[in-house]
Every structure is written in C-alpha cells, then in structure tokens.
Design a binder for this molecule. Structure first.
Ligand code: GLN
Length: 456
C-alpha cells in the first residue's frame, strides 16, 4: 500500500487519481495485515486498488467527474465497493473518468484528461488511455495500483483496457449490483474489474459480484469461484468468428491480431467456426438512442436542489432560472448533447420512431447472440477496438460521431446483456497494445475467463 501511495504521488502528471485517500488506505492496510496474520484466506485481502469516480464512496468525494456534483460526499457506500472492503481490499483513491461515463477518451472529465503511460515508439505524443474508465486503465497500466474498478455501458471497461494493455471484464448484466453507482444508462451499466491478468479479474469479480436486494436488476444467483474455472483446458470448445465484425477499412494489424487470436485458440484445441450476427450494423445507432434516452432521465435529478452544485443566481431569478443555470454550468458539452438527444428521442412525437425502434433492434441483436449460442458456440472472438490508442485531442475536436465509432465492437455486448472481456493480445507496428474481445454466454464468466486466458 505504501509503495502504491508513493507511486501515485510520483505519477500526478498522468491525471489518473482525482482524489487520494492515503489515511483510509493505511487504516485498511493495517486491518488487512491483522486479518492476514490471523489466517485470512480471501485473495483480495490486502490488495490496494483504485475506484472509478462513478462509485459512491462514503465521506469521500464522488463526482462522476462532473462539475455538477462538486462538493458531493455520499453518506453511503456502493454495494460493490462495500463488498470489496469486506473482502479486505484497500482503497487508494478515486479515479478519473469521462463525465458521467460518457466518452471514449477520458477527455470529457471536469478534472481534465488522463495520459496513457504507453507511447508510439520514440514519439513523445501523449495518447489517450481510452474511456470512460480512463483513470482506472492508466493507473493499473502504470502500476499505481494492483487493480481498479470500472464500469461499462457501451465499452468503458473493455476499450480503455485494450488501449493500455490490461485486462477488462464486463460481467453479465445483473452480476454486480448497480446500487450506489451513479447511473448513466441503467439497462446497460455494469461494474467490472480492470486488472493486470485474467486470473486477477476472476479473483476481483468474485468479490464484486452477488445478489443485492437494493438493485432490482441484480441476479439472485450464486457467485461461483471464477478462478477455479481457469483450468487452461479449452479442448473441444467452439469459438465463433462473426463475419459482420470484419468492418470495411479495418487496419491490417487489427485483422492480424484477430486471426492470430483465432490461431492461438485453435492450437489450444478449440474449434473455430464462422458465424453471423446479422443485426450488428444497427448496434451503434440503437445504442446511441437508448443510452442517451436513459441518461436524460437519470440525469434529471441533478437540478441544483438535491446534490452538489447550485449556480449563483441573479436578482429576480426564479426556480426555472436556477435549474437552467445550474445545469448549463454544471454539465459539460458531451453530457448536454446526450441529454438533448435523449429527451428528443423520448418526446411524444418521436418516441415510436426512435426509442421504440431502437428497443426492437436491441431485441434482434440479443437474438443474434442467442442463435449463435444455441448453435453450440461457447464464446465469440472479435477485436476489442477498431484501432490502438489515439493521440490526446486527436478525436475530441472532431465530429462526435467519430468518437462514437470507437464503440463499434463493444456496444453489442451491453445491448445483449452478455459478459465480455478485453485481453491484451499483442502490439501494433508502433509498439502500442491491442486487445482482443471474447464474448461469453450469460452467467458463464468462469468459462469466458478460462477461454480468455488462452489468448492473454
Ligand atoms: N463510449 C461509450 C459512450 O460514450 C460507452 C461509455 C460507457 O461504457 N460508459 O457512451
């Protein structure tokens, strides 16, 4: 813990930690030490980790990287972090992220960007760690902590994991409680581990997962020993390669990563089959209707009355001006864009044309996966991202749709509620890490982790 705390202080320039909690960390470390002396067996006991700022942590600033939550210190602790502390994990602090988890480069944060510890060869250009869990990814990749929590609504664990050469797992929807995690799009949000290895992800997921009566969508299912499922034996397993993910203009190195991944699985005894997920091309548009729709509803609570910041009012301003000024000052440009898109697609005249249409598309996407699993596929292999990490500022100034295209391989998994993992699987021509994604059957994270370890 002490080593991590001093590394964190040395690495301020990365911008990964937005709030450090050394007192809590040292106290928890002393308690963990005593538990370990007493023979504690939980493998999370004594492990120093970072927490994405989206998680409410009692008495510790929890701002979702938004100005609108300035000064907000929750009086409660999220279920996932509560379980981690019960397992003996140690909180080093809160990690930077895109504002309200909206973004793919960590550049929408009110705290400023995060720097990816990786560089393109000798080129000193600073790169994004991806987003929205950019602080988590950078902190783990730079060895500031042994692991971190992330959340994934459309790829926010898997894309930053791929950009920083670490492992990121989005569990099945309902595996981890969403209680106490600031809501972005409630039907898509899931918390998950961001770790150095697949085995670490299995260990951390076990501590994070489980039924919680405070989240009506959390599944009442036993939490298996995911680590025990990692046997290294994948003989006879069937891995599907979906042809719709072979996008036009895909860089040759991403194609190569993908076919090398398939070769590794084949060499380990798996059967590789071509499959079709015909509705894939509608996933991104459906996601960018459903996620903003839910966000516009979830973010209605930030009104200057109940949480965080309230704008300074002028003489004669009434409650409407108070709402308007607070939300105009408190929300950044990307969040405002999402709220506007969301309220538009939910408005009486457009509800059927956009929101309901997107929900139908979502069902079709889910069925594509169900059909593949019914045909005997155990997991699906795709690239995690369409490129390696890009330069800071390179995309932020472009058309927002360019940024949204980063999520092309990841959003399908959230729409279908499935578990997905990004595993570091190689380097591009400039020495940057690339990630492979494996998508598994619902509730079969153990099996997914076992298969993923083959390409690690
Ligand atoms: N990049 C996607 C978005 O901006 C996904 C974000 C996420 O998974 N939280 O919506």
């Amino acid at each position: 813990t002490q080593a991590c705390l001093s590394e964190i202080d040395r690495a301020d320039a990365l911008g990964a930690f937005v709030h450090k909690t050394p007192e809590i960390a040292l106290q928890q470390a002393a308690a963990a030490d005593a538990r370990i002396q007493g023979g504690a067996e939980n493998p999370m006991c004594g492990v120093p980790i970072g927490i994405k700022d989206l998680f409410c942590t009692q008495g510790v600033p929890s701002q979702a990287a938004s100005r609108i939550l300035e000064g907000f210190k929750p009086e409660y602790e999220s279920t996932v972090t509560t379980q981690l502390w019960q397992a003996g994990a140690i909180m080093l602090g809160k990690l930077n992220m895109d504002e309200f988890a909206m973004g793919s480069s960590n550049e929408t944060s009110c705290y400023g960007n995060v720097v990816n510890p990786w560089r393109r060869g000798n080129d000193e250009t600073q790169l994004t760690p991806g987003g929205s869990s950019g602080g988590s990814a950078s902190a783990v990749a730079a060895d500031l902590c042994l692991a971190a929590t992330g959340t994934d609504t459309g790829g926010s664990i898997r894309q930053p994991a791929a950009f920083t050469g670490i492992t990121g797992l989005k569990p099945t929807y309902g595996r981890c409680s969403r209680w106490g995690i600031v809501a972005f799009a409630s039907s898509l949000d899931q918390a998950g581990p961001m770790t150095k290895t697949v085995r670490d992800a299995a260990i951390m997921l076990r501590a994070m997962a489980g039924h919680d009566p405070k989240d009506s969508t959390s599944a009442d299912l036993p939490v298996p020993d995911f680590e025990a499922a990692i046997t290294g034996d994948i003989r006879g397993r069937t891995i599907g390669i979906p042809k719709e993910y072979r996008m036009e203009g895909m860089p040759a190195e991403i194609e190569k990563l993908w076919s090398d991944g398939a070769d590794m699985l084949r060499d380990a005894g798996a059967k590789i089959v071509d499959i079709s997920l015909p509705h894939t091309k509608y996933a991104l548009p459906a996601y960018y209707v459903i996620a903003p729709a839910e966000a516009s509803s979830n973010l209605a609570r930030y009104d200057g009355v109940r949480f965080g910041r309230r704008a300074k009012l002028a003489e004669g301003d009434g409650i409407t001006e108070m709402y308007e000024k607070t939300r105009a000052e408190g929300f950044g440009a990307e969040v405002q864009r999402r709220v506007m898109i969301g309220t538009y697609v939910l408005s009486a005249g457009f509800y059927d044309a956009y929101y309901n249409r997107a929900r139908k598309v979502r069902t079709l996407i889910k069925r594509d996966f169900e059909d593949a699993f019914d045909d005997g596929v155990d997991a699906i292999l795709t690239p995690a991202t369409p490129s390696a990490a890009f330069g800071l500022g390179e995309m932020a100034d472009a058309d927002p749709v360019q940024m949204y295209l980063n999520d092309v391989f990841t959003v399908t998994v959230n729409l279908a509620g499935l578990p997905g993992i990004s595993v570091p699987a190689g380097l591009d021509g400039q020495g940057l890490p690339l990630g492979l994604q494996l998508i598994g059957r619902p509730w079969e994270e153990g099996d997914l982790l076992n298969i993923a370890q083959t390409v690690e």
